[in-house]
Design a protein around this ligand. Sequence first.
Ligand SMILES: [Zn+2]
Length: 110
Amino acid sequence: MAEQPIPEIKFPLTFEKCPSCGSTRRIAGEMLKQEQAKGKLTDIKVTFLFRHQSLMANPSGRFISAPMIHSFYDTCVECGTVYCIVATVQAVMPGMPKMNNKDIGTQHMT
Ligand SMILES: [Zn+2]
């Protein structure tokens, strides 16, 4: 049986609606809007409830670089579904100091 080519994922992946009900209202996104309406948190653009990082590494421990996946999750205000709002990938070098959030901070996710 011939091997099927693996479709490449184009990052960043963004999901702007709840996969269950289609609502665009998210808890962290709505909180940001409320705070901005009060004149607070004016320069924050990325909101999420939690982030998950996954590093793909060779078990041998020897690698030149490896993809680090950053997935950001929030919760639908309407139905409570937790879903990924954006996923990004970054090459990580061995011994590299901890990354900052500069790249993801430029995305507008309210
Ligand atoms: Zn929903």
